[in-house]
Design a binder for this molecule. Structure first.
Ligand code: HEC
Length: 175
């Protein structure tokens, strides 16, 4: 009885031979009888996919500064950048303690005076040893992260005069 079961199981397993390499499918460069060309089609000349325009707009339009944007930036920063750049942006994240080259602190003059695009581009294209985050962070979120980095930088250089007068009293209250 047990032998029969083993034989049946062995036969069943032997039938599971189809893997992803041999499944029936078109591959991009094979010939497609329907089109008299390859499966991969060229878009008609002078066409622009609608999504591309939206994407382009998100890349080139910096969203207006708001508490919501900063909140989003803070959250995305904590997920994607903090492990290397550290919570304060000093370049002392946990991965750096484990051997990653230490990134320059966001608080050096060169990066305080660098424009927003420098940060956006580093996220998009990577920078030296840092790899690109283009595939993981949407353009809107890249701008949100840039806004949050600006807030981090300001937090080290702001004076009490930068705070609106009616908000100053709150800062003097001991927690
Ligand atoms: C895996 C570690 C790591 C992560 C995660 C990371 N970075 Fe970096 N980053 C680096 C390193 C290392 C450098 C310096 C690279 C070099 O100089 O070769 C760097 C450089 C930079 C620079 C350029 C600084 C300069 O000197 O001009 C910016 C801006 C930057 N990172 C922003 C970010 C942001 C924003 C995120 C999150 C979206 C992020 N990084 C995530 C490691 C990381």
């Amino acid at each position: 009885m047990r032998l029969a079961l083993i034989v049946v199981l062995a036969l069943l397993l032997a039938a599971c031979d189809q893997n992803m390499d041999v499944q029936p499918k078109y591959s991009e460069y094979s010939r497609a009888p329907l089109f008299r060309g390859s499966v991969l089609r060229l878009p008609p000349a002078n066409t622009v996919a609608r999504d591309d325009l939206e994407w382009e707009r998100a890349v080139t339009t910096k969203p207006a500064l708001s508490a919501e944007l900063l909140g989003r930036g803070q959250q995305r920063f904590a997920i994607f950048c903090l492990p290397c750049h550290g919570a304060g942006g000093d370049g002392d994240g946990i991965i750096v303690h484990r051997g990653m080259p230490r990134p320059t602190s966001y608080h050096v003059d060169r990066l305080v005076t660098a424009d927003d695009q420098h940060f956006f581009d580093a996220i998009t294209n990577g920078y030296g040893a840092m790899y690109s985050y283009a595939a993981r962070i949407l353009p809107q979120d890249r701008w949100a992260i840039v806004a949050y980095i600006r807030a981090l930088q300001l937090s080290r250089r702001a004076s009490i005069e930068d705070v609106p007068p009616d908000e100053r009293a709150k800062l003097r209250v001991q927690p």
